[in-house]
Design a binder for this molecule. Structure first.
Ligand code: SF4
Ligand code: SF4
Length: 92
């Protein structure tokens, strides 16, 4: 079992921050929902490197990302199933 990044959208959405989206080494993995104003993770692409956790904790100082075992992620966004264009709002 491995862990993936999980973003607290309540914390992230209260900021104007997009910092982690510039640092994830995996393309199309941390995405940004323009409607809700929050970053979110494509759990099927996250490699569990934890770089985003350090960025959010140490650089952005928002502490919005935790690593969570993949089997504990409920209804995680999967880009391979849902695609680019649908936002969190549309997929709810
Ligand atoms: S670094 Fe943290 S607060 Fe900033 S966009 Fe990423 S998850 Fe949100
Ligand atoms: S843990 Fe690594 S691969 Fe996963 S979202 Fe964060 S920076 Fe990207």
């Amino acid at each position: 079992m491995y862990s993936v990044a999980d973003i607290d959208v309540e914390i992230c959405g209260a900021t104007k921050c997009r910092l982690c989206t510039q640092f994830c080494p995996e393309g199309n993995t941390i995405l940004y929902d323009e409607i809700r104003g929050t970053a979110y993770v494509a759990v099927d692409r996250c490699k569990g490197c934890e770089i985003c956790v350090g960025i959010c904790d140490d650089l952005a100082k928002h502490h919005a990302i935790k690593m969570v075992p993949i089997d504990q992620i409920k209804e995680g966004f999967e880009i391979s199933k849902i695609g680019f264009k649908r936002t969190l709002v549309e997929s709810e």
